[in-house]
Design a protein around this ligand. Structure first.
Ligand SMILES: [Zn+2]
Length: 280
């Protein structure tokens, strides 16, 4: 069943677990994520980036997800990832998404608060959750995020508390050194800053840029308040590598067979992350 993000994260936050959030942009990727949820019997978030609207419409995503979650024992969330455009956020809410991310991280503090609050008012009226971002997550290699700022700015813990309180958001994306895409050098994740943010706030925290982050660091993050982790690039890279190999092995493979393999490979990669994140 589709539930909102707040509902799904409340239990994870109390249990100190994280729910994986995985980007989808096709029938195959949606079914890959749903298959992983069924195999692992653990929750995960189906995330559609506003930047993928050239791949699929919001309505198309919703209808495929509805069909895919029909026989699913676990609750899941249909989330709109990184969006700056209030019209698109409204359209996602109208289409039946149960969670939206408003990304005002490029704006100054007061403007980010004002816009985020507007989104919260609009979304909460429809029982839809809101994730917002404070600080900037840098852009790494191979990222597919085209609409975000590339510079890094760590989240300020006391600003985070004020931001959460004044906006009434359901989850806060923080910047503690992860990047969108793969790291250009050695990752330097500031668990010390995360601890301060977690101590200053009482809402679920979100980590963007899970790809390429060492497992030990991810577990450290989960122990310190992160309960939603976004992974995109690494799943794409894994799947493309496996499909490349499948084509090499069988150059005349039919496209329909390749599509089924794509679902399988996405599911393999996503399952591994779900198991890593959602555990005590
Ligand atoms: Zn992100």
């Amino acid at each position: 069943m589709l539930v909102n993000l707040k509902t799904l994260l409340t239990k994870a936050y109390i249990d100190k677990r994280a729910v994986g959030s995985f980007n989808v942009y096709s029938y195959e990727t949606i079914h890959g994520v749903c298959k992983a949820i069924k195999i692992t019997e653990k929750p995960a978030i189906i995330s559609f980036g506003a930047s993928y609207m050239k791949n699929m419409s919001l309505e198309c995503v919703k209808s495929i997800v509805d069909e895919a979650v029909k026989d699913m024992p676990e609750d899941t969330v249909l989330h709109l990832d990184h969006c700056r455009d209030l019209k698109i956020i409204k359209a996602a809410i109208d289409a039946g998404f149960t969670s939206v991310m408003y990304d005002g991280s490029a704006l100054d503090f007061e403007e980010n608060i004002k816009n985020t609050k507007d989104v919260v008012d609009m979304a909460h009226a429809e029982n839809v959750s809101v994730e917002a971002e404070l600080g900037k997550v840098a852009l790494g290699d191979y990222s597919n995020e085209t609409d975000i700022d590339s510079k890094q700015a760590f989240t300020n813990p006391s600003s985070a508390a004020e931001f959460a309180e004044r906006t009434n958001i359901d989850a806060l994306a923080v910047s503690i050194g992860t990047v969108h895409g793969m790291y250009k050098g050695e990752p330097n994740i500031r668990i010390d800053i995360l601890k301060e943010i977690n101590a200053a706030t009482d809402i679920p925290l979100v980590l963007h840029g899970g790809s390429g982050t060492p497992k030990k660091t991810l577990i450290d993050c989960i122990k310190n308040g992160i309960c939603k982790i976004n992974v995109n690039t690494e799943i794409s890279r894994y799947t493309v590598r496996k499909m490349y190999k499948a084509i090499e092995d069988e150059p005349n493979i039919h496209l329909s067979k390749l599509a089924l393999l794509e679902t399988e490979f996405v599911s393999e990669s996503v399952s591994e992350y779900i198991r890593l994140f959602y555990r005590n």
